[in-house]
Design a protein around this ligand. Structure first.
Ligand code: AKG
Length: 255
């Protein structure tokens, strides 16, 4: 058992736990270089799915995230990120083995818009399952000035959707209110956050000159089946990736 019973209990009561230095420096250097390569790569049909958005700060089309980076793509990256320890933690938290549902790298480059306070589950995930856990992997230093995430840490949320699908919980940027119910998660490369699909969280626009790359791997319980291929097939038919000339503007909320 990698996680102690207090950590599992903390996850159940707050909806997330932070494991400092879960991945070591050498691994994170490789991961960081890999993410730079993916940023510069032109994906072929069916490979990585890149999404671009118009920066509210500069009006330029910038890379916001890359999805479908694991599965049959980039097995070396999968090996770096999904060590047996990660699978063991997920198994403890889910109560059974995990299956990868979806994954993305959020580049959160300078000029990137806010991620409004939300529950991840509101991004249409209900259609595929009841509950998910995401492993958030910190690649760059996350600090207040480069859009570190804020999480509700009071446990004061419902373990179900609190809005309609695709709706944020608030239009405000951090500090979210009530202030004493949220924590700013300043974190370092290799730190990992395990969080459930209902815990409210978000981050402000990145107004600094430093990127803030984090990787988010989302899992469901094995007993709920493998929904990944279906998820991406549906998503790409509604929201085509790799369209740099056709970036989403701030008014249309899509993730
Ligand atoms: O990268 C971020 O700041 C936000 C991550 C997140 O909550 C999301 O993409 O759903």
């Amino acid at each position: 058992m990698l996680l102690g019973s207090e950590q599992v209990e903390e996850f159940r009561s707050k909806g997330f736990i932070v494991l400092k230095g879960f991945l070591d420096e050498a691994v994170m250097e490789e991961v960081s270089a890999y993410l730079d390569k993916l940023r510069d790569k032109q994906p072929a049909e069916g490979q990585e799915a890149k999404y671009y958005e118009e920066s509210p700060a500069t009006g330029e089309n910038i890379l916001v995230r890359i999805e479908n980076v694991l599965g049959d793509n980039n097995p070396e990256l999968g090996q770096l990120l999904l060590a047996p320890e990660a699978i063991e933690c997920l198994t403890q938290l889910l109560g059974e083995p995990p299956i990868l549902f979806k994954e993305k790298i959020n580049y959160k480059l300078p000029g990137c818009r806010a991620d409004k306070l939300h529950q991840d589950h509101a991004a249409g995930w209900n259609a595929y399952g009841d509950f998910y856990i995401t492993m958030g992997i910190v690649v760059d230093e996350n600090r207040k000035e480069n859009a570190a995430l804020s999480f509700m840490n009071s446990g004061n949320y419902e373990r179900k959707l609190m809005t309609e699908d695709w709706q944020p919980l608030s239009e405000d940027d951090p500090p979210y209110v009530p202030e004493d119910e949220y924590v700013l998660l300043e974190a370092d490369p290799g730190d990992v956050i395990f969080f459930d699909s209902f815990v409210p969280h978000g981050s402000p626009p990145n107004t600094s000159d430093k990127s803030r790359r984090n990787i988010f791997l989302t899992f469901n319980k094995k007993s709920e089946g493998d929904k990944r291929a279906q998820y991406y097939e549906n998503k790409w038919s509604n929201y085509a990736p790799n369209q740099i000339g056709n970036a989403r503007s701030e008014e249309s909320y899509r993730v």
